[in-house]
Every structure is written in structure tokens, then in C-alpha cells.
Design a protein around this ligand. Sequence first.
Ligand code: ADE
Length: 245
Amino acid sequence: MNFYILTLFPEMVVNGLNTSIIGRAAEAGLLRLEAINIRDYSANKHHKVDDYPYGGGAGMLMQAQPVYDAFQSVQERIGKKPRCIYVTPQGRTFSQADAKAFAKEEDLVILCGHYEGIDERVLEEVVTDYVSIGDYVLTGGELPAMVLVDAVSRMVPGVLGNQESGDFESFEGNLLEYPQYSRPEEWHGKKVPEVLLSGHHKNIEMWRRKQSVLRTKERRPDLLEKAELTEEEKGWAESGSHAKA
Ligand code: ADE
């Protein structure tokens, strides 16, 4: 999968993503990450990319032309119009379902804004998806772009070492993941739940499912409303979120 990040700060994006799992996946050829400097496409002799908003108001806007030409350079190279995500607080909130859907694309462009935003006319021509990473305002789109690349990349087959770990984790079926424990069996006086030491797979599976339901009820009741639960599971949720059994 190919990511093309259109940005005024390419080194920030590249440096932030060339480590860890994503860096390894890029080295293994599963992903390719290209940060494209919008400033390189400025037609202005001083490489200017921003100007005052018509109608007045605070701050500067990124102009249409350099953004359009940077996008066109990608489109020409790949020979088709790619999906193009503009990261903005005005977008829909990014979800795990989006991460999975974006991971199916061969090419994905992510457009990072700065200053007070980008001239609306170029957005109308290139953007296919408006995506926010939450209801707060950041100084630019680079951190959101990195969040997207990370979350999408781990949904690309082969990127996670163990393919299972992409399927049985938080947000699958609108439930949070169950609690996990490793050695030692007792730490700070707290024992690992007995059932996990039992070797009884069916009971372990049931315990984990119950913990997922209880945890989601306690921490994300909004999510639980969207989960598909059996009558028995609904009963767990009703009987109190602090039950440990
Ligand atoms: N740019 C600035 N703030 C943002 C946010 N919350 N999500 C996506 N892009 C942004």
C-alpha cells in the first residue's frame, strides 16, 4: 500500500513514522510512505504557499494552486485519481472501521492543512474524505496524518506479526478488549484470575467475553449500545459493571 502525505513539514511525518512496526513494514515492502512537500509545488518565486483570506479575518490560508499541483503530481504518477483524505477537525471522527476500509486502498493521499486552513476550491476538487481524529484543534494536520497512517497500516495484511491480533482487539464488534495478565502469577498482592491458569479454553473464552462486556459497559457505554449481545451477555451488562466473576 502506498501513502502519499501532502504536507508543509515532510520531515516531521517521515521521522515520526520510520520507527517500530510501521518502519519495519516499509522496509519489508508492505508499505511505502512518501511525504510530498507542498512548498515544492509553489509557482511563486519565493515558494510562498499562503495568503490572506478574502473577506478578512484572522490568519492566513493555504492557497489552492500548490496543493492542487502536489496532488496532480501523485495522480499523474499512479495514473488514476486516488482517494484523498483531508485531515480536519471538520471531518467525521476517524474509527477502526475507517482504518480497515482505508487499508483496502492501493494508494491513499493524506492532505495536511496549516494556518487557518486551505482554499475551499481545491478541497472541492481533490478531497474524497474529510476526517477528524477527535473534537479538539491541533496546529496542523501532520499528527492526525501520522495517526491515520499508523492505524491503517496495521490493518494491511502482513504488517502485524500475528494476523490474529488485528482481529481480536478493542472495537471488534463494538466491544473493548478484555484485561490481560503476564508473569508473575502474583504481583503487589494481586493474583492473576484463576480461570486463566486453568487451561480450560472454553471457560477462558467465556470469562474474556464477559470481561469485554463489563469493561465496555463501564468505560464506553456508548459503544456497548452498538454491540450485538446475546440475552445472557445483556444480563452480564445489567448486573453491574464491577462484577469480576
Ligand atoms: N487538524 C487540526 N486539528 C485536527 C483534528 N482534530 N483532526 C484532524 N485534523 C486536524
